[in-house]
Design a protein around this ligand. Sequence first.
Ligand SMILES: *C/C=C(C)/C=C/C=C(C)/C=C/C1=C(C)CCCC1(C)C
Length: 255
Amino acid sequence: MSFNKILKYAVPAAFISSLPFLANAADTANLKSDDFVGISFWLISMALMAATLFFFMETQRVSAKWKTSLTVSGLVTLVAAVHYFYMRDVWVGTGETPTVYRYIDWLITVPLLMVEFYIILRACTAVAGGVFWKLMIGSLVMLIGGYMGEAGYINATLGFVIGMVGWIYILYEIFAGEASKASEEAPESVRSAFSTMRWIVTIGWAIYPIGYFMGYMAGGVDANSLNIIYNLADVLNKIAFGVIIWNVAVTESEA
Ligand SMILES: *C/C=C(C)/C=C/C=C(C)/C=C/C1=C(C)CCCC1(C)C
């Protein structure tokens, strides 16, 4: 192996393995063996870190026009990994996980995940640039509405309604709008990835509005269970979503 090659792999590997230290919020507390919320935070943080390393390394393997989509998948898991290490430490130290913390992660990762629909279409069709903005704006409306409701700036029900409008708009765009129409011109492997990805945005993502509804509008929800469910949901919504993109990038590069 040449020195250059070693550098190419060693640098990202060293950087990613330092993530837990970069995001260390509380050195004093320890994870208890029966603390399942804490354990789920640990598992998802490490899975996200491993996924990040994998996506970044695999950019070396795919052809140029597929590199962007893999890089974006890696950025999603990177942002979430750093964030989860922090949340896990706050949880172990204080026994709390303010839901608003999650919005900091979502504000970056959700628009990136939505933009993936545009990026994979752009790699193989003549998709219009407006699709990018529609997906971006829909994501922001969804998150800002939810945040304002959750943080108490507006009524919780109003925040929910605004958030739902943003989500439904995104779903319309990928199932029936311009993005969906552009996907019909894409090769078979891209069409099938596109279709699986939109079902993740429908079913995998539904967990968050359900959590919001139960927590603020249906009389409360057990915060511990909700944390575990949210943490596990990200295996599907961030890692599996990225793996689908990785799969189509490799398939199309080898075709
Ligand atoms: C990686 C994190 C992801 C995919 C987070 C997704 C979050 C949502 C889909 C949140 C949706 C919401 C609504 C549809 C309405 C109520 C407010 C939200 C923000 C919880």
